[in-house]
Structure formats: C-alpha cells, structure tokens
Design a protein around this ligand. Structure first.
Ligand code: GDP
Length: 552
C-alpha cells in the first residue's frame, strides 16, 4: 500500500499560546471545521476533545501533547482545492509544562501562535516564542477573541513587533472589533468577507466597506513591501510601481517563502469561540506553513562512530523515527507517539531502538483523529502516528531500520527545579508506587525519580510544583496509590547550576512586567580559561556575575 497523501500536502503543526488565549477552543473549532467532530463542547466543562487526562479536565488546562490528525481542502491560495493532512500537536500553555512544549516543538514543522487580541503578547507567549525561535519553527500568528470588548488588532501587531522582536505582517484587517466584529478583509485579494452568523466566513468575498478602504490600502502596501523583500517577482513589480499588477497568488507565495525563511510572521485574526476566522486560518496554515519536504533533512549520527547522518523526508530513504511521547491508555495499554522522518514503517516490521541497542517488532499502528483511532498497516515519512505495545521505549528514543542505524538529535530537557519526598501509605502500596513512578519517568524525561542514599527517602524532582502535583495525582488515578508528600528530610543539596537557576529565576520574576521566570540554564564552557558561564537560553545572553553565587 502506498501513501494516500503526498508529503507536500502534510502540515505538522503546533498551536501555542499563553494559557486562556483560546488554544483549546481554537483547536476544537479547527477539528470541527475539518469535519472530524460534529459537536462542539464548551472548553471547561470537560468535553473538549484534546484534553485527555483526568487532570486536564479537572484543572481546565491542557497538559499532554496529544497528536490529532485532520484534513482540510483550502478555499483560496496556491493550494486551493487540494486535500491536505494536518497533524495537530497540542502544546500546553502552563509554565510548568514548558517541557511538553519543548518536545512538541522538536517534532513539529510549523506553528500557530495564538494571542488574546485584547492582551497582546503575554509573558508565557514570550517564553514559548523564544523556545520556537531556538527550534527554528516557522510561525503564523492568530489574534483570537476579536469579539471581546477591548480587542485591538493594531496594538497586538505592535506588541508582537516590540516584545517578540518579530516581523509581523497582517494579511487580514478585521472589520470592527468587540461586539461589532463582523468580518475580515483579505488583504492579498482586497475583498471583504462578512461572517455568516456563527457558521464562519463565506466562500465569496465582496467590496471593501468605504470607511476601511484607505486603511486596507495602507496595510496592503506594507504587505507588498514585506513580500518584495523575499520574492523577486513582487520586488520587480514594486520597483516598477505596478502595484495593481501584483496578484493575490504572488503575494501568497511570497508570504510562504518569507514564513519558511522565518523572515516574517503572517498575522490573521478572528474569534474561535464564534467560529469566526477559523476557516481562513486553516487556509493560512496550508498556504504559509511548511510541509515536511520543505524543511532541511533530519540530523543525527551513527551510533558508535558518531558520524553525522542526514535523512531527507522521503519514503525512499531508510526508516528513522523519533519517539516524542508515551502515554498509557486503559483500553490499549502503552501508546508510543512517533514522528517518522524518513522511510516507511509497517506493522510486523523489526526496527532497531538505537539508544537501547535492541530490536523491537512493531505491533499496531494508528492515526489518532479527534473522535476515532484509525488503524493502518503502514506509515510514511512526515507522518505522526501512534504505535501500540512497543516495549521498553522511552521518550527521545530513535527507531530505525536495523541495516541503517542512526540516533536522531533528541530532545533537550532542562534540569528539575523542585524536589519533594514521596511515600506510599503502606508497604503493600510501595511496590505499586515504584512501578508507577518508573513508568511515569519513562513517559516524561523531565521527571526525576531517585532514592536518597542517606535517608532512603523516595525523591521526586520536576519542573514546578504543579508538575509534581500532577504526578502524585496520576499515581492515585492511574495506579491506585495514595501517596503522601513532604519536603525531603535532608536539605536539598543544590548543584551550582541549580543555585544559579533559583537566584536568577527570582530576579527575572521580580524584575518587572514582562519578565518571565521559567528560564532554561545551560552551563557552557568559558570561552577561555577556567570557570563556568551560565547562559539564559530563554531570553538569550550570558547571566551577569552578580546573580551567580559563589561556587564551592
Ligand atoms: P487555552 O487556555 O488557551 O486553551 O484557552 P481556552 O480555549 O480554554 O479559552 C479560555 C477562555 O476564553 C474560555 O472561557 C473560552 O470560552 C474563551 N474564549 C476562547 N476563544 C474565545 C473567543 O474567540 N472569544 C471570546 N470572547 N472568548 C473566547
């Protein structure tokens, strides 16, 4: 069986946002419009399709990076009329789950950054934005909640430019804001699309309302200028002052080039909750974000010799895939989420897990849709899928063809910042707790489980209090273990790096508005001589000496 969708028609995307910007609502509406779910549940009543785990339902936050497959045929643009496959990787907005964001950023090809149109850039959006920069992820921006009182399109565009140091390029102009938000002007086409109740925007555009004509013309000129910087055809017509000859298709192609090169960020807007602007956003995802084949080949090395290896996104190359998430499901057991970079993976095939130097036989393979699981015999380069019953696999492992071994560049995990002692209530539960913790640690490499050699206490270290709280919660709901937690008996012996992190986090936290505390610190070797340099990877730059306590 060969692939049903050509790789150029894949879009593997993440939706990233500050908590409450509307990521869950938007994801759900996208799934609604892509035809996979037919009822739209309210977000915080626990009916949302993307929220899988108990905790998410209870807390109303999205923790997992569940991958969902959908399909969309764009209405307009260079790919109009062709069905595309969109794999959506859910990325959480809560600070303690930055690690989850990190792992989905590693395997996605492009992202939609969602902002609350009345708030502009918020601290968490800044953090995720910088993480995405680090991973070189092309992005489009969606200014959500345009229907809210106080929504301000121009303010948001300005704050993206100022606070994220990005080059936002509006491709739409909203018609009205707040309760008067009634439509969108498509700037490449210079047509107005007035919303049809809550069914979204119609296929046919109309004349731009007279009072918005001048503003739309001015924004279109800015759009043309941005496109001229990345596209020869647009540049030529621009310098020859033939602006009216520049077609919508030319602008769309230039926007795609600019987005892929990460020179610009197309800005779209809407109100997910009211279904407004969602279809145009779906068109934008297809038109501007990359297919796996648009990106550089996956990088890795040969195990043992450590020679660099690249694998192009093609079915003709030997198989390589990265495990980016493990989940446990009551019905089917362990689910391994895989991103296939090259080759074809079939059920029954023997693959090599290079980290563990072990061969595994692939059991069942499936695509996870919003409302069903689709079992398949094979998956191909570019696919994101789930494999059942692969034993002994950990997050970050590479699976490859045994005759062409490779270790893909894996995920990077910052060191834990919070530690707790955990104890089962009875001896009988002790073993169950240890088994549960072992499995949870395999799923989540940012969770560290260890026994203090001096006190014998079981210690848990993680990315934040909520992170550890959820672990304790999962022990109860999934493993039936009631555990009590407390501070470790011996004072937490901090490594120099941990000390710096604590001090520096404190400074960032209290340093004024916009400062965000969750920094990832790496110790880099000093350029010359002895000593250590501490780098703030989230904000960039070396951390000044005064934040670094004396290192014994
Ligand atoms: P998340 O935390 O980013 O996943 O955000 P949610 O999707 O949970 O949305 C947060 C809140 O904003 C919920 O109460 C939503 O109903 C509301 N919301 C989402 N989209 C819109 C929108 O387009 N307009 C308005 N007014 N509210 C919205």
């Amino acid at each position: 069986m060969s692939r049903t969708t050509r790789i150029e028609r894949y879009r593997n995307i993440g939706i990233m946002a500050h908590i409450d910007a509307g990521k869950t609502t938007l994801t759900e509406r996208i799934l609604f419009f892509t035809g996979r779910i037919h009822t739209v549940g309210e977000v915080h009543d626990g009916a949302t399709e993307m929220d899988w785990m108990e905790q998410e339902k209870k807390r109303g936050i999205t923790i997992t990076s569940a991958a969902t497959t959908a399909s969309w045929k764009p209405m307009r643009g260079p790919f109009a009329g062709h069905p595309h496959r969109i794999n959506i990787l859910d990325t959480p907005g809560h600070v303690d789950f930055t690690i989850e964001v990190e792992r989905s950023l590693r395997v996605l090809d492009g992202a939609v950054a969602v902002f609350d149109a009345s708030q502009g850039v918020e601290p968490q959006s800044e953090t995720v934005w910088h993480q995405a920069n680090r991973h070189g992820v092309p992005r489009i921006a969606f200014l959500n909640k345009m229907d809210k009182v106080g929504a301000d399109f121009a303010m948001c565009v300005h704050s993206i430019r100022q606070r994220l140091d990005a080059h936002p390029v509006p491709v739409q102009l909203p018609i009205g804001a707040g309760p008067e938000f009634t439509g969108l002007i498509d700037l490449p086409r210079m047509r107005a699309f007035l919303f049809d109740g809550e069914r979204g925007e119609p296929a046919e555009g109309q004349e731009i309302p007279a009072h918005l004509r001048a503003e739309a013309e001015a924004l279109r000129l800015r759009l043309i200028e941005a496109c001229a910087e990345v596209d020869g055809t647009v540049l030529q017509k621009y310098v020859e002052e033939r602006l009216a000859d520049i077609t919508a298709e030319e602008l769309e192609r230039a926007l795609r080039t600019g987005t892929l090169q990460r020179q610009l960020v197309p800005v779209l807007c809407g109100a997910a909750f009211k279904n407004k602007g969602v279809r145009m956003l779906l068109d934008g995802i297809i038109n501007y974000l990359p297919a796996p084949s648009d990106l550089p080949a996956a990088r890795g090395e040969t195990p043992g010799t450590r020679e660099p290896v690249t694998r192009a996104a093609s079915d003709e190359e030997p198989l390589c895939a990265l495990v980016f998430k493990l989940m446990h499901d009551k019905a089917v057991g362990s689910i391994v989420f895989l991103r296939v970079y090259s080759g074809t993976l079939r059920t029954g095939m023997a693959v090599l897990n290079t980290r563990q130097e072990r061969r595994e036989r692939v059991g069942r393979l499936m695509f996870m849709h919003a409302n069903k699981r689709e079992e398949v015999d094979e998956v191909h380069a570019g696919d994101i899928c789930a494999a059942l019953n692969l034993r002994g696999v950990r997050t970050g492992d590479t699976l490859c063809a045994p005759e062409a071994p490779v270790v893909l560049e894996s995920l990077r995990f910052p060191e834990p910042v919070v530690q707790l002692a955990i104890e089962a209530r009875s001896r009988a539960e002790q073993q169950k707790m240890e088994d549960g913790l072992t499995r949870l640690a395999a799923e989540d490499p940012s969770l560290r489980v260890e026994v203090d050699p001096e006190t014998g206490q079981q210690l848990l270290s993680g990315m934040g209090e909520l992170h550890l709280e959820i672990v304790v919660d999962r022990l109860r709901t999934e493993y039936g273990v009631e555990a009590s937690v407390g501070q470790p008996r011996v004072a937490y012996r901090e490594t120099p790096r941990q000390k710096v992190r604590q001090e520096y986090r404190h400074v960032r936290q209290t340093g004024g508005p916009g400062q965000f505390a969750h920094v990832v610190l790496e110790v880099a070797p000093a350029p010359r001589g002895s000593g250590l340099v501490f780098v703030d990877e989230t904000h960039g730059g070396v951390i000044p000496k005064e934040f670094i306590p004396a290192i014994e």
